[in-house]
Design a protein. Structure first.
Lengths: 331, 272
């Protein structure tokens, strides 16, 4: 095998891993869109907020420290303790459930039966609100997130694949964190699908997604289901936040990965959980492979726009995405 | 004989009990439009009660009041001897009142089996954590519920389409699946909004048979709205007649048939 080919394989592998992270964010979008028809612009910010909160709790940061200090003239920043990762993750999840409840109670509940564009605008507002609260609560500096996940190249894989090529090939370079992220994403997807398919709440969730009126008539509380769905989206956001945060630090540009999830959704379809995964993988592999093969010919930096151009092509030729329901208008 | 408070036995030997639901002076307005005007009637345990009337008479509005989709401005709803507070539709459903809709409201993307299973939701008692982890009782419960659902599927003769997504079914079968979902809740009171609308003669006969069988075998109290006078007269024990939001008749099919106001409402009246 030529080295060039092996490098190509490595690029594909790394693309798959990157795609998993895109898919994780896209998954959160799909959950809410399926159940309530709301395109939740705030999903990326939710991931950021969850990651910020997780770091804040682990480090024993005082929430709203700057605000408190400015008002009372105090100088407090830290409680002086450290919370173990697992406990902090649980606490963060509790906060995300509370956030889900608050979103439904103060915003979405009052917008039932409104046009999709109005709901969408509400989530834009939500995104900026949450970003502001995150800043005020935990500060805006870049933070290191370390929940004990393995990081750095997997030497085992490098050593055991080095024989494939010539002496210039040192084996596949794969980040351990990416492997963990892939495993976590796989478990998450299987769990979500099983929950939706086989449990009482999952069935109620699908029922609400299908027909509100009918759902009410069989005794399903819409408010309960919406809080449940936003909580699930919050959970997915937390997982995505942990993975992205561990990879590149918790910073406010994290909320911009939400934009990368858009092309993923256009490929996969807004209503399909498997679609989000496959869409994420295609974008991940596609942009890495494109950069590797075509990139050098046109000056590189293609990763910034490749996903969007691909999405644009899909919008023209297959607007419902790979797995989305075909839009049929009966006349 | 029919005024007896504790019930009576019908000619075909079914037992009709005391009053289960009572509507007292219900008035429902939409802005300036009065949909229902000061209507009172009751539904007895075990009976088939029909609400009939010309288009726009307010029949569906009345059914929506009973099932909690509309909230009347005036009047009281009494259920099992106590006044019902203002309730959301899902709370009414949890009280044991199931319904079908005039324009079928099924979960189109789900299979027939899944649709009927949603009817059992109010009967499933395991909590969310057990469900999420598929723990102990959750699994046993799902199996037990599944058995009940299979019985209803057999009863309504829809075994052959159990795994078919509802969206692909023809109209008549959809109506039957909707009935199955409502029945799965083992309701005390079953509300049917035009169960035979848009059906051909054969489908109507099937549906009539199912409604009678449900009432007979499960003892389910049924309140239904129907346009087809012939069907209503054959099926029901007592009939409420509405016109322009007002009640113009109430009694056995024979009484109603001979009521001059009802005849006028249906056949028109000469203006001289």
């Amino acid at each position: 095998m030529t080295d060039q080919f092996l490098f190509g394989v490595e690029v594909v592998l790394n693309g798959l891993m990157a795609g998993v992270l895109y898919a994780l964010v896209a998954l959160g979008f799909v959950l809410i869109f399926k159940a309530s028809g709301i395109f939740n612009y705030a999903q990326g910010v939710m991931a950021l907020f969850a990651a910020l909160t997780l770091v804040g709790i682990m480090e024993g940061q005082v929430p709203f420290a700057h605000l408190i200090n400015a008002i009372f003239g105090t100088e407090i920043h830290h409680f002086g303790w450290h919370v173990p990762a697992l406990a902090a993750i649980l606490l963060t999840m509790v906060l995300m459930v509370f956030f889900a409840w608050a979103v439904n109670h103060f915003v979405m509940r009052h917008l039932v039966n409104q046009e999709p564009i109005i709901l969408f605008m509400a989530t834009i507002g939500l995104a900026y609100f949450l970003e502001g609260v995150g800043d005020l609560m935990w500060g805006s500096e870049i933070k290191k997130l370390d929940v004990g996940l393995p990081q750095g190249a997997s030497f085992w894989i490098e050593e055991n694949t080095a024989f494939l090529g010539s002496e210039n090939f040192f084996g596949f370079f794969i980040d351990q964190l990416d492997i963990v992220a892939t495993l976590v994403a796989a478990v998450l997807v299987v769990a979500l699908v099983a929950f939706a398919q086989y449990t009482k709440q999952g069935r109620a969730m699908r029922a609400v997604a299908d027909d509100h009126q009918a759902a009410l008539s069989v005794g399903i509380s819409l408010n309960f289901i919406w809080v449940l769905v936003w909580s699930l989206a919050g959970f997915v956001a937390l997982v995505a936040g942990i993975m992205w945060g561990a990879k590149s630090g918790v910073q406010f540009s994290l909320s911009l990965i939400a934009l990368k999830a858009l092309p993923v959704l256009m490929l996969g379809g807004f209503t399909s959980i498997p679609g989000a995964i496959v869409g994420g993988l295609i974008i991940g592999v596609g942009e890495k492979l494109f950069e590797f093969t075509i990139g050098p010919m046109i000056g590189g930096a293609t990763e910034n726009w490749f996903a969007y151009v691909l999405a644009l092509l899909f919008l023209v030729f297959r607007p419902q995405g790979l797995f989305g329901e075909k839009i049929i208008e009966r006349v | 004989m029919k005024d007896m408070a504790d019930g009576y036995i019908t000619e075909d030997g079914r037992k009709i009990g005391g009053v289960m639901m009572e509507m007292k002076n219900i008035t429902l307005r939409f802005g300036g439009v009065v949909a229902i005007k000061d209507i009172s009637f009751d539904i007895r345990e075990g009976e088939i009660r029909a609400i009939i009337g010309p288009n726009g008479a307010g029949k569906s509005s009345m059914l929506n009041v009973i099932s909690g989709f509309y909230h009347p401005q005036e009047g009281e709803v009494w259920f099992h001897g106590s006044k019902r507070p203002s309730m959301k539709p899902y709370q009414v459903a949890q009280q044991g009142i199931a319904r079908t809709f005039q324009n079928i409201a099924l979960f189109e993307g789900m299979t027939v089996l899944d649709n009927v299973m949603t009817g059992r939701l109010t009967h499933m008692k395991t909590n969310m954590l057990q469900q999420a982890l598929w723990w102990g009782k959750a699994q046993a419960e799902e199996t037990a519920q599944r058995e009940k659902v299979e019985k209803i599927i057999d009863f309504l003769e829809i075994q052959h389409i159990r795994k078919t997504p509802v969206g692909r079914l023809p109209y008549g079968l959809k109506k039957r699946v909707e009935l199955a979902r409502a029945l799965a809740a083992e309701p005390k009171l079953l509300l049917l909004d035009e169960p035979m609308a848009g059906m051909n003669v054969e489908e109507k006969e099937d549906m009539s048979r199912f409604i009678l069988d449900v009432n007979d075998e499960f003892g389910t109290t049924i309140a239904l709205i129907e346009h087809d006078m012939g069907v209503v007269m054959d099926l029901s024990d007592r009939v409420v007649v509405m016109d322009y939001g007002k009640k113009i008749g109430d009694g056995t099919p024979d009484e109603v048939r001979n009521n001059q106001d009802v005849i006028d409402a249906y056949l028109g009246v000469a203006h001289d």
